[in-house]
Every structure is written in C-alpha cells, then in structure tokens.
Design a protein around this ligand. Structure first.
Ligand SMILES: [Zn+2]
Length: 211
C-alpha cells in the first residue's frame, strides 16, 4: 500500500505529510500547510529530466575520453595524455594498482552508472513488473557511486601530483578533464532527478503521468 493510494504525499522540504485535494493522480499539486512548498505525488518530470541528463552525460563522455586529460611539458617536449593512454602508460610501466584505479574510476564506473540509469528508466517507462528488490539495489548503487564520484576527479589531481615528483616538469589539465568533470556532475544530477518510487508504481499509472 502506497501513500499515493490514500491521497497522501510528503513535503520535499520539511517532510510534513500532506493530503492531496483529489485522488486523481494526474497533475495533482498541493501546498504544504507548514512551509508552503509545492508537494507532488512523484517528482514532476522525473523521467524526462533523468533521460535528458543521461543523454547529456553520454555526449560529454565521448570528448572526456578522446580529448587529452593533461599536458605534460618537460625539457624533452610536450606530451598529451587521454584517460586511456594514461591507463596504458601505468600498466606498461608496471604500476598496475594506479592503472586499475584510474580505469575503474574514470572509464568503468561512469559507464556502469549510465547503463544502470538507462535500465531503470526503461523499466519504469515500460512498466516492467517484478525485480523490485534488484532495481532498488541498482538505484542505491548509483547513489553510492554518486557519493564517491569525486574520487574520479581526484584521480587527475593524483596523476598531476605523481608526475610533479619528477621535477622540471609542468603539468596542465587538458580539455578532456573539463568534460570528465561534466560527466561526473551530470550523472550525479541524473541520479538525483530519478524518482525511485516510480519502480513500484503500476504500469498504467506511470503512463498516465508521463504520456
Ligand atoms: Zn513543508
């Protein structure tokens, strides 16, 4: 039994329980009697907004991987590295741990997060029943990853710090780092925009609210 079935909702600001004026679930809005915030049975436009942010993060992911992450200036010349060429460099020089950390944080995790969000969006949009527990855990995983997403950003700083030990070198972040930061931030917002309560809504209702 869901709060929505009783015409009840929860204020997003102060968590006051709010009664909706009607039991129809279309575009119902109520005002919180305690703090005056707008209360909706589900996050308005959750599916559309999450899709938009997921697509944006896919677009940003391409230049993040293709453009140089950093430029290293030494007396011997300038070397530019993408994420993948950095990973290959560390693997070839025997730094398997650093190579693996960069690969997992920068290449594997963003792709995993994007794929999970696409799966959750499709499952909710198509009104798939079942696998509730599994989908809930996948959603929690994206939240957990969100909390650790900044690790990806630190990877660049760590790489810069590591190379600084060499001395006589100058390192500048490349344009790839900017797009990479965008991927991290945009996927974080995408996970926040998704409304996990949609997972348990029957298919008919989901379609009625999101035609
Ligand atoms: Zn309130």
């Amino acid at each position: 039994m869901r709060a929505i079935d009783h015409g009840l909702g929860c204020c997003p600001t102060c968590h006051q329980i709010v009664r909706f004026p009607t039991r129809t679930e279309g575009a119902v809005t109520a005002l919180c009697p305690r703090c005056g915030s707008e209360v909706h049975p589900r996050k308005p436009g959750a599916i559309q907004n999450t899709w938009a942010l997921v697509l944006a993060s896919i677009l940003f992911y391409i230049p993040a991987n293709l453009l140089p992450m950093m430029h290293v200036h030494t007396f011997a010349g300038t070397q530019s590295d993408t994420i993948m060429s950095g990973v290959i460099y560390f693997m070839e020089t025997g730094s398997y741990l650093i190579g693996s950390v960069i690969f997992i944080a920068s290449i594997f995790v963003p792709v995993l997060k994007i794929l999970i969000l696409i799966y959750l969006l499709l499952s909710v949009q198509r009104g798939w029943a079942g696998r509730y527990h599994e989908r809930k855990r996948l959603y929690q995983l994206t939240e957990l990853v969100g909390r650790w997403s900044m690790v990806d950003v630190y990877v660049v700083s760590i790489m810069i710090a590591l190379v600084h030990f060499g001395g006589l070198t100058e390192i500048k972040a490349g344009l790839g780092a900017v797009f990479f930061l965008l991927v991290v931030v945009v996927t974080m917002f995408a996970a926040m925009q998704f409304d996990p309560r949609l997972i348990w809504d029957p298919p008919k209702e989901t379609h009625a609210r999101h035609p």
